[in-house]
Design a protein around this ligand. Sequence first.
Ligand code: FAD
Length: 455
Amino acid sequence: MTSPHIVWFRQDLRLHDQPALLEAAQAGPVIPVYILDDETPGDWRIGGAQRWWLHHSLTSLGKDLEALGSRLILRRGSAVAAIRALVEETGAEQVHAIRHYEPWWRAAEDELSDVLTLHDGNHLARPECVTTGGGKPFRIYSAFWKGLQGHMPPAHPLDAPDRLDAPEAWPKGEALAEWKLLPTRPDWSTGFGQDWEPGEAAARERMADFGAKASAYDTARNMPSEEGSSRLSPHLHFGEVSPRAVWHSLDRHGDTETFRKELAWRDFTDGVVMALPDYADRNGREAFDRLPWRTGKAAEADLKAWQTGRTGYPIVDAGMRQLWTTGWMHNRVRMIAASFLIKHLLIDWREGERWFWDCLVDADYGNNSVNWQWVAGTGIDANMFGRIMAPLSQSEKFDAGDYIRQWVPELRGLPDAVIHDPEEAGRRPKGYPAKIIGHREGRERALAAGQAVRG
Ligand code: FAD
């Protein structure tokens, strides 16, 4: 009897370019496993929007595995304990998994090192290999991109296995429905289903469709009313497609460097959290621990207004409502909304980061923390706290009004000339809030707070 090999799926819910699965398949019978672990990540357990995604993605992976004569075993609890139990129950020879860089997964991988074989597959290049001459991770993205060139192009993606041998006996698993990953009371996910189809097949289709648009990405990606970016982020986060596959899907599509540079940001952020595992919780520059963030009742009310899209700044409100309705927000608007929270409202970036964590279908430990600290200017890169985005001029520059009209129905009847700042034009409709802070007032308060850090 050949002992089985366990494949431990995490954020790599795919059959193509899945080296852990392929190696296990070549070695003998395979037991594919997913563990819902709400213990190990602590505060960073999977957020609400991602639970919706996970439910559908696991359903899809389960069906794809069945088509190969296999199945997906579901377990819940501490991943380390669950893997140990499965090894014991099945007599598995090895556990295969793709390497992850979230600090809790690295700790779990260390604990399981006696049974675990790790594979690379979720990055363009292994973050450990793209470092400065002194062997440290890059702090500045442009230098990282240069360093990455020495490892590009990435290897071509691997095919999916065409069959998987089943073990003599399957271990027991839980039913996905028991996990109650989908929201019920209330069901806030109706808009999600209109925008998204989780799962590998849909991810591959989106990747193929984007190819034709990739050379126009350079200009189209900045306009939130257009579908100019790939919208691959939740598929990439859950690993339904690999970054290597996305990279090579563009090979015959002209000049796609701008897009490739954006795709490489994922690799960069994992290099940062590999070096600084608590980057989601701590300022990259310690001096910012002195920053006098607002707290108390008024700040709490402002945070609520931001979360619910009722700040009186149409572009910010449109973004926050897109996020709530669809689980995603356009990158340009993420920057504007994040900057508004941190600078205009002087609310700690970690509040916004946590809200995004719960609301984004693409919430990702490295991408979220590095981008929040980049906007805040508290991070290890060179961005300054004193760089304050002006939400009204950003709005005029990047939206002809269509994006605001789509997400803020109270403003639909307003002409282009006033839609970015209806209050200033004396055209604020009833039911739409007044600005919770003036632009100049917010800017000056932020700059004064920044002085406290320097002082
Ligand atoms: P495209 O423009 O088509 O880019 C392709 C892929 O490259 C993306 O899917 C993503 O995987 C990667 N990518 C692009 N830009 C970035 C970036 N700046 N940082 C890291 N990766 C990038 N992205 C996340 O995936 N998860 C997050 O939790 C997240 N939080 C963010 C928080 C803030 C405050 C900001 C400003 C940005 C955040 N981003 C995050 C980055 C970016 O907004 C999204 O990756 C992008 O909007 C996703 O849309 P897309 O797939 O169409 O991207």
